[in-house]
Every structure is written in C-alpha cells, then in structure tokens.
Design a protein around this ligand. Structure first.
Ligand code: F6P
Length: 538
C-alpha cells in the first residue's frame, strides 16, 4: 500500500526544512552524526552522513518505513508470498543464495531442495568443463565460453565477470547481448568453435535478441563442426520446454524458476558461464556474500539497517527534495559495470507510475540513474555535478585494497573518491575565491567576472560505500544491498518492484516494424512510416 499520506506529509515537511541548510554544518550541531549515519554490514562500510538530512529528519524517515510496514513486507518477501501481484508470483531470489538446508518456500511450495539440486548439477558441469574432462565435438577441452543473454540475463553475469576475473584466465568468457550483429561478431572473433561453449541464457526463452544471437552462434558452431556442434550449446532458462523446442537437449539445459525475476537472477544458473570461467567456489562465495547481506537486512534494527538507510537517503533526495537523478560512481575499474546493472535494477523495478493496485501514484518514484567509473568520470561530467544547475546526489563506491597493480596508484584512486565526496559537500565559497584572486593581484573587474565561475556551491550530497576489497563475498553483499534497497523503496512507494510491463509495447512494435521492413504494410504514424520507407530505400 505504501506509506500513508500523513507519514509522507511529515517526511516532506522535514525535508523542506533541509533546503538551504548546510550539510557540513550538521556535523557541528550533531556530535553523534557520524556514528548514527554510518553502518557496517557484510564487509561494506556505508557512510550516509554527507546526505542533507539531520538526525531528526532520519527519525521522521524511519517513521515512514514503519508506517509503510517495510519489515512486514520484507518478511512476506522472504516467506515466498506472491508479492509480485501482477504476475501472481513470489520474488524469492534470496532463496538462491541461502546456505544448504535453508528451507525456503515460494507460494507455499518448498523450493530449497530444487535450488540445491540445480547448484549441484551446475557444480558437476563446471568441474568437468574446467578439468578438461568434458570435451567438445572434436575431442578438445573448452577454452572459451560465449554467454548470450540480455537485460537481467546479461548485466549481472557481465558485472560479476569484470569484477572477479583473473588477469589471465584459463577459460575466456565473452558476452553478446545486443541483436546488433557487431556484438556477436566481436564476441566470436578469434575463438575456435572446437574449443568454445555457447551458453544461451533467457528466462523466457522468447527474447528476440537472445534467440537471434543463439541461432547465429549455433550456425557458427555447426559451420565448423557439423551437427555434433550442438553439444557445445547450453541453455539456461525458466522455460525448459522452449529451450528443448529450440533444439537444446535436456541434459544441456539448466533451470531456474518463475519466482526469480530476470534482474534478480545473477544468483541462479544465469551465472553458469561465470562459474565456468571463475570456478564454482567463487560463485558460491558470491552467494555467501549475498546471504550475509540478507541476514543483515532481516535482522538489523531499522536505524542500523544498510538497505533501509540507503533507500531512505535516496527517497529523501527524490521525494523530499525533488531530485530526479542520481549518479553512481564506482572508483574501481573492476566495478565499472555496476551503473549499468543498477540502471536495470532500479529503473526497471521502480520506474512505475501506478501502484500495485493500479492507482496513479501520488509522488515521484525511481530517479534516473547514470554513472561511470571514477576517477575517469571526474574528467568528463563532474563539472555538472559540482556546478550545474541541478543537484544530483551520488553514490560513491571505493575499494581499500586493490586486487592487483601498484598500491600507490590505488591510494591515489582512493584519495580522489574521498576528496570528491568532500568537495561536493563542502564546496568553496565566493569569499574564499575572491580572497585568492585578490592575493594573486587580479583587477576588480576580472575578479567580479571570475569569482562566481570559480565558486563551488557545495551541499551536493553523496552516500559513500567503502569496500575492503572486491572479493566474491563483498561483491555478493553489494549486489544484495542494492536489491534490498530497491525493494524498500518500492514498498515505500506502494509499487510492485518485480514486474516490467513498460518494456512490452516496444517489443510488440519492433516485431511489427520488422515485418514492414521486410515488405509488410502495417499502419504507422507518418514519422515512423517515413523511417521504415527510408530504411527500405523507398
Ligand atoms: O525486456 C526486459 C526483460 O524482460 C528483462 O526484464 C529481462 O531481464 C530481459 O528482458 C531478458 O529476458 P529473458 O531473460 O527472458 O530473455
């Protein structure tokens, strides 16, 4: 149902009082600010003290959480109730990362045994591939995996691979998501079909892009190896009948379930290709990191609950202060794909304009998320973050210990991350700038012109996440943190975070346009009809 109008009104009143108040000033007024607005969970240190809220505002924000019954909703989710009402399903990705014997049920049906059986089958498969025991059609071991999938069947595994890949991997992993033939061409380029496994991943096994790429990859395999090449094609899906109809033998199909949302599926066999390339133990360690965050989310009191606090910081900016965007900046090359994964997680989950009962929402829902790796992005778009006309809150992520490379360079990277958060909050006053320009002997006219341009308003909020090192465990914890944060926001807003009807219309029209590009004559608006005509060369 979301939080009540009264709780929202109190929250919005509190937030309005934050307008024009200096964040930095709150540290003097609130001696325990840092202690109350930092939390450590599952190997992550979260600092929300550079957000615009006061400690009194935090209390009002926590009342919003109580009013919306977030804890009850959390328990309903973890109990496997069909909280995805529009599709009549549970959203039970937490069951995928739970330790053996956890005993989860989806919609009253026990699921943990199936989850564990699939995990065991994955392990057995992964180990035979990695040991070289499993061989391709030409009798050679596999040295490369091409992962084909899109959206939730791509972004998580791609992020996991980039985050955890060794410098030189015995098994190379490549990805192809887009139906753009260039992407598959690059993914296959230089690979030997005799030593390549193709893993086609699609929850529905109906997705145009994935089926098109899987067909092309199969043709590439068969072109070199003949029909025996089909032993190189693996499917991961919640629709095994469709994979079978596509021609993948049952023994080469790994399943997951309709109660796993696509964008929450990185914990399932969707990550089979990562498990092959990284080793099954690494995959299991990632699951354990996710499970550690689940335990924290389940047990920590609201005022020290990392997903709850991270969600509230976002909602304070979004609903309290009307900020429609958020930047996510990982200061870690290994986490550079986090913004892309988060875009789907947050914008597909919570980019909704009606609530779970079908009524128009009374207030803004998900912000637009964008981001890039730091420090690179400092030299691209940070100008706007510091001095643009919109205030864009940030999530800044940094890692204490690099997995590789020069530790001194890592210190520079950390310094940049910490300094940017400070600079964004503290800013630089015009008086300060003027004094500096006067000391440098500039004329009064020149100072009048330059000083405003060199002033930093500050009060640009950020949440800071410090990670000890990018390990499978901390990565798992980080992804689960953001999943739960997204869920909490959805509960506050009263929306269903687990469906995505907004992607359907484009898919339908793309099929219609495709038919028209091939000579059909569907009805379109004049602009669309002209574009179709131009492509056809009419
Ligand atoms: O188009 C959106 C979407 O349905 C996502 O929610 C999903 O992650 C993606 O497409 C891929 O779907 P599938 O795994 O069924 O191919």
């Amino acid at each position: 149902m979301g939080a009540s109008a009264k709780a929202w009104a109190d929250f919005e009143t509190a937030a309005r009082a934050a307008e024009g108040r200096r964040i930095a000033g709150l540290f003097e007024a609130e001696p325990d600010r840092l202690a109350k607005l930092t939390v450590e969970a599952a190997g992550l240190y979260l600092d929300l003290s550079k957000q615009p809220w006061s400690l009194a505002d935090l209390e009002v924000a926590l009342d919003l959480v109580r009013d919306a019954q977030v804890e009850t909703a959390r328990d309903a989710q973890l109990a496997g109730q069909p909280i995805n009402r529009s599709e009549g399903r549970a959203a039970l990705h937490a069951a995928l990362r739970a330790p053996a014997g956890a005993g989860f049920s989806a919609d009253g049906r026990p699921v943990s045994a199936e989850v564990e059986a699939t995990r065991a089958a994955m392990r057995a498969f992964v180990e035979t591939v990695r040991s070289g025991e499993r061989k391709g059609a030409a009798g050679r071991p596999f040295k490369a995996v091409v992962h084909i999938g899109i959206g939730g069947s791509d972004l998580g595994p791609r992020l996991v691979w980039e985050a955890l890949r060794p410098l030189s991997a015995p098994i190379e992993l490549r990805f192809a998501a887009n139906v753009d033939p260039a992407e598959l061409a690059f993914a296959l380029d230089g690979l030997d079909p005799a030593e390549t496994l193709v893993v086609a991943v699609s929850k529905t096994f109906t997705t145009q892009e994935t089926l098109s790429n899987a067909e092309a990859a199969r043709a590439w395999l068969r072109g070199a190896l003949g029909p025996a090449a089909d032993a190189h094609l693996i499917a991961v899906t919640a629709a095994p009948d469709k994979a079978r109809a596509f021609g993948v033998p049952d023994a080469q199909v790994f399943g997951f379930w309709d109660w796993v949302g696509g964008r929450y599926s990185v914990w399932s066999a969707v990550s089979l290709s990562c498990a092959i390339a990284l080793g099954f133990d690494v995959f299991e360690q990632m699951l354990s990191g996710g499970a550690a965050m689940d335990a924290h989310f389940r047990q920590a009191p609201l005022q020290a609950n990392a997903p709850v606090l991270l969600a509230l910081a976002h909602v304070f900016n979004r609903n309290g202060l009307g900020r429609p965007m958020r930047a996510v900046i990982p200061y870690a090359h290994r986490l550079r794909l986090l913004p892309s994964w988060l875009q789907q997680l947050e914008m597909e989950s919570n980019g909704k304009r009606v609530d779970a009962q079908g009524r128009s929402v009374a207030r803004a829902t998900a912000a637009s998320v964008f981001g890039e790796v730091g420090s690179t992005s400092q030299h691209a778009f940070f100008q706007l973050l510091h001095q643009g006309t919109d205030v864009i809150p940030l999530d800044i992520l940094a890692v204490r210990h690099a997995r590789e490379g020069d530790p001194a360079a890592q210190q520079k990277l950390l310094a940049n991350a910490i300094a940017q958060a400070e600079a964004l909050m503290v800013g630089r006053s015009e008086a300060d700038v003027r004094a500096e320009l006067e000391a440098a002997g500039l004329s009064a006219e020149r100072i009048a012109e330059l000083a405003p341009q060199r002033t930093f308003p500050g009060d640009r909020p950020s949440s800071f996440i410090l990670i000890d090192a990018v390990t499978p465990q901390t990565l798992g914890a980080l992804l689960a943190l953001y999943e739960h944060k997204t869920f909490v926001e959805g509960v506050l807003w009263g929306i269903n975070s687990f469906d995505q009807w907004g992607v359907e219309l484009g898919k339908t029209l793309a099929n219609r346009v495709l038919a028209d590009l091939a000579g059909g004559s569907g009805a379109h608006d004049p602009s669309t009809a002209a574009l179709v005509g131009k492509v056809r060369g009419l």
